[in-house]
Design a protein around this ligand. Structure first.
Ligand SMILES: Nc1ncnc2c1ncn2[C@@H]1O[C@H](COP(=O)(O)OP(=O)(O)O)[C@@H](O)[C@H]1O
Ligand SMILES: O=P(O)(O)OC[C@H]1O[C@](O)(COP(=O)(O)O)[C@@H](O)[C@@H]1O
Length: 303
């Protein structure tokens, strides 16, 4: 079974304006409220791909109820710890470009944090846990370490999609997959990355530090999969970009769901890329039909 963990879910409030004017009244051309947070996005795509999964994390208040209702309407199994404060609302402002303003997240107390850790004690060796997104400041920087300790104790595998120290600290524990985008990879090592050779060089450093598979996503330029054996490149299919929020999460869902089913990293890369692009070409996360229709356009080649 695949479990996703979203410590800091969000309602993604997508707001489109014709021409953004600062210090003035702007009127929305269009707006859309979507359940968000990285693990939740992974769960929604896994379920569209027919991969059984359960969504774990923290939800609170009227915003939390909205998210839970949408997930239930999509028949996703949820098992969230309830918190007192409202789940955050992240603003995704479309004004020609895409400007994102993400909230800090609610206050989470020791009791609630402990309740989530306890849920992980039911894991088995058959399970994969996808740890995705930022950690609300009230949980403290090392909360993922606490979860990883229980995952390892239970013999389960994990994927981690986060940034900075939280990601670096997780590497020695051998994550099945990490998926930095090209900007995050450069930031992680505090370097400028010039081209494919540099991407591979720093991708290999993540392998040396313990990751089993390193997927480097490059938005419209596709993705590189760096493994011990080989490096592969996947191209992106053609389409009109509508909303790239959640593209990375969709890629992780496609990759992990397919790897769990087939144990074939190349098929996983192909489905992951098609899933990411299908979401970039959709208003909300991609529907299954769109992912399937793009699959034949994705070619995976050794580099
Ligand atoms: N502009 C785009 N055109 C086509 N595919 C895209 C585009 N943006 C994202 N994708 C797809 O989604 C994947 C992940 O996107 P990316 O933006 O790199 O991740 P993140 O959302 O984590 O920053 C890409 O590898 C690609 O398959
Ligand atoms: O936890 P963070 O890092 O603040 O990110 C949360 C945001 O990331 C998203 O999950 C989208 O992530 P990606 O675009 O990287 O796939 C949004 O739904 C959410 O608003």
């Amino acid at each position: 079974m695949i479990y996703t963990v979203t410590l800091n879910p969000s309602i993604d409030y997508i707001v489109e304006v014709e021409d953004l004017k600062l210090d003035a009244l702007n009127r929305m051309k269009r707006d859309l409220k979507l359940p968000g947070g990285k693990g939740i996005n992974v769960s929604r795509i896994l379920s569209r791909l027919g991969v059984e999964n359960t969504a774990w994390g923290f939800l609170g208040g009227f915003t939390g109820r909205f998210i839970e209702d949408v997930l239930k309407s999509e028949s996703i199994v949820t098992d969230f710890v309830n918190v007192q404060d409202d789940t955050r609302i992240n603003i995704k402002l479309k004004h020609g470009g895409e400007t994102e303003i993400n909230g800090q997240g609610p206050q989470i107390g020791d009791k609630e944090a402990h309740a989530l850790v306890e849920k992980l004690r039911a894991l088995t060796e058959e399970d994969i846990v996808v740890l995705s997104g930022s950690v609300p400041p009230s949980l403290g920087g090392s909360f993922y370490d606490r979860l990883i300790a229980v995952i390892k104790e239970r013999g389960a595998k994990f994927v981690i999609d986060t940034t900075g120290d939280a990601l670096l600290q997780a590497l020695p524990h051998g994550p099945l997959l990490v998926k930095p985008n090209h900007h995050e990879l450069a930031e992680l090592f505090g370097v400028e990355i010039e081209g494919q050779e540099d991407l591979i060089k720093y991708g290999r450093k993540l392998l040396e530090k313990g990751a089993k598979n390193v997927l480097i996503s490059m938005a419209g330029d596709g993705a590189l999969l760096v493994t011990e054996e080989q490096v592969y490149h996947a191209n992106v299919p053609k389409g009109e970009v509508r909303n790239s929020v959640g593209a990375g999460d969709s890629m992780i869902a496609g990759f992990v769901g397919t790897l769990a089913k087939t144990n074939n990293p190349l098929e996983a890369l192909r489905t992951g890329t098609a899933s990411g692009s299908a979401t970039a070409f959709s208003d909300d996360l991609a529907e299954r039909a769109k992912i399937d229709s793009l699959l034949s356009q994705v070619q995976v080649n050794p580099v």
